[in-house]
Each structure stands twice: as C-alpha cells, then as structure tokens.
Design a protein around this ligand. Structure first.
Ligand SMILES: [Zn+2]
Ligand SMILES: [Zn+2]
Length: 358
C-alpha cells in the first residue's frame, strides 16, 4: 500500500462517526388517546395513591387532587417521598387515568402587596411545582391571586414575576401551569379573560395555559345557560386567551346567580346553570379534547358518584361506578369544629391550638 492509498483509507467518513442510539420516541400516555375525559377532585387523606383508586372507583377517568393540605402553610419544604411518588405514578398508569390535575394551596397569593406573604407564596408555589413534577402530574391549576387593593395592573405584574421566580431552576417536563378564571370575588384577579391573557403574555417562556371554571364564569357575569350565551362566552375566550390554551374545564353548577361575583359550587343540574346548559357544554365541538373535572360539593353520601355519572350521561354514556366508597360528605365546617373541640380527645386539634401561618 502506498502512502497515498493509506491516507485514502483513513479519510474521515461522516457515516463512521459514533452516534449514540436514537432515544425511543416518547411514549404517548394512554389518556391522550382522544377519548373523553371526565374527572373529579378526590381526597389524598391517608394515602396519596388512594386518590387514584377513589376517582377510578367513582367512574372517572381523570382526577384532581391537592398535593398537600390546601389551607395551611407548610413548615419547611413538604416533598413527597420518592417511594410514594413512584407508587402514585405506577398506579396512575395501571388505571390509565389522566389528566392528573393538581390544585394549588388556597393561601398562595403571588399578587400579595405584603412582601412576607408574597415571598411565602412564591416558595409555596415552588414546592407545588416540585411535588407536581414528582407525581408526574399533567397540570397544576392555580388561582391567579388577589390584588388586595394594589390595583389589577400591579397584581398582574406581581403574578408574572412570582411565576417566574417560582419556576426558576426547575425542569417542569410535561407539567403545565393552568391559571383558573375566578368569579371576581373581592379583589381576585382573573374574572376577566383579558387579565388572564395579560399574565399569559408576561410568561410567554413558561408552559402555561388556562383552566375555565363554569361556576366562576357564570358568577363573573357570563350567562352560559343559553346556546347563544355559551357561544358568546366561548368566542370571547377564544378572542382573548385562545381556546387552544384552555386544557381543563372545572365543571361545576353554581349556587349563586349570574353576575353575583360570589363563588359557590353546586351539584350538576341542581344549581342556577342547570342540566341542559351542561349538556351543551360537554358536547360543544369547541370544547372537544378538554378534560372536564368536577369540584362539586358532597352534601350527601354518593353526591360525587352521581355527579360523575351525570356528566357521562350528558354525553350519552353510562359509566358505572365500581368503588364501594366515595368521599364522605364534608361536614358543615363550623358545626364540625364545635363538635370536635367539645370532645376531650379532639381538643388539641381545635383551630385555636393549631399552628397557622400569619
Ligand atoms: Zn375551580
Ligand atoms: Zn370555585
């Protein structure tokens, strides 16, 4: 072999370059098969993975949970043990539930003009994101916040900054943050679609979308009872936010009147919105592909089961609940507390002795 030939053999050929094997195409989760998704908020009391079995047992194929106590500030980071998170992810896959939606803590207010509360809120929302990622959740629903007199523009700016701080340094994977529209109670931001849009615009580099609550929409003044009213509302959402950015519909009837700006959920068909309106909402082609998640009250045992069944019926399907136990009726808060503090054993749990964030 001459030197020339030798060189020829050693010539670099791009095809010989070492390349690691191409990663497998991402697995498409079972719930993204295009089927209709009906879910309900279930309890994590006792065991976080138990919430999955409860939703499945109620006849739902999607669910929403809190990932920690929704009305208390955590002391320190409240991470979920990886063993528990793995059990949750595995069981969710087995039951083919999805989307898994997490609702954030009610105390979080990213718009608070009080710097201590704002910092605490950003930290708590950061922990919400950490837990949501650990659980493999698809969406984290957040109430935008309250301006507490600082004005809507300042609140929107604070929420945008808060979301940016809370997400800093996190790999969110497939998780998407959803801002929920509000009834417009007090100084709550987000009863106008334009306000939600302004937050989305400020966070264009974040995976963020919107959750529309039917009861909040109605209380905020959108009359979704009639076909024309629903059409007008959906068009308004589309013009501002864009319906493609709406992923979840909180499907709740309303105890309060249209335009009341008071947020009180009611069982499907039992409130001021009414069954026929929900039939149109569930079957609206404009809402195809969105997940319908119930946050209805449980006044009597079986209310959760009946609400899930009602939504399936509205789309012409009969889905039977298989679980034995649904959620227990939520006791009337003041009565329950009075009863608890009256008992000697329950005294230590009374609200007065419980530590609270200020
Ligand atoms: Zn809601
Ligand atoms: Zn509500």
């Amino acid at each position: 072999m001459t030197e020339e030939q030798h060189r020829g053999v050693l010539t670099f050929d791009a095809a010989d370059e070492y390349r690691p094997e191409a990663p497998p195409p991402p697995e498409i989760p079972a719930w993204k098969d295009g089927s209709i998704r009906i879910g309900i908020h279930t309890s994590i009391a006792g065991d976080i993975a138990g919430s999955l079995d409860m939703a499945h047992g109620l006849g739902a194929n999607a669910l929403q949970i809190f990932s920690s106590s929704p009305r208390m500030w955590e002391r320190g980071p409240s991470r979920i043990l990886e063993a528990d998170a793995k059990r949750f992810r595995d069981r969710r896959k087995e039951l083919q539930l999805g989307p898994v939606v997490i609702h954030d803590n009610y105390l979080i207010n990213l718009a608070s003009p009080n710097p201590v509360l704002r910092t605490r809120s950003v930290q708590a929302f950061h922990q919400e994101l950490v837990r949501a990622v650990a659980l493999g959740a698809d969406f984290l629903v957040a109430h935008p916040g309250s301006s507490v007199g600082s004005g809507t523009d300042a609140a929107v700016a604070a929420i945008v900054q808060g979301l940016k701080h809370a997400t800093r340094g996190l790999k969110l994977g497939d998780l998407r943050i959803l801002l929920e529209n509000t009834a417009g109670q007090g100084t709550c931001v987000g009863s106008r679609f334009e306000e939600l849009k302004a937050i989305l615009d400020g966070c264009s580099d974040l995976p963020i979308g919107v959750c529309i609550d039917t009861a909040h929409t109605f209380s905020a003044g959108w009359d979704i009872r009639t076909p024309e009213g629903l059409e007008k509302t959906l068009q308004a959402i589309d013009r501002t936010i864009g319906l493609a950015r709406v992923y979840v519909i909180h499907t709740n009837d309303s105890k309060t009147a249209c335009g009341s700006r008071v947020d009180r959920h009611e069982n499907i068909g039992k409130g001021k919105i009414g069954l026929e309106a929900f039939r149109r909402i569930l079957n609206s082609p404009l809402l195809a592909g969105k997940a319908f998640i119930l946050e209805t009250p449980i006044d009597k045992p079986g209310d959760d089961r009946r609400n899930v069944a009602a939504l399936w019926r509205l789309i012409g399907r009969t889905v039977k609940a298989t679980g034995r136990d649904g959620m227990k009726p939520r006791p009337h808060r003041t009565k329950a507390r009075a009863a608890k503090s009256g008992r000697a054993s329950g005294a230590s749990k009374s609200p007065k002795t419980r530590k609270r964030g200020k």
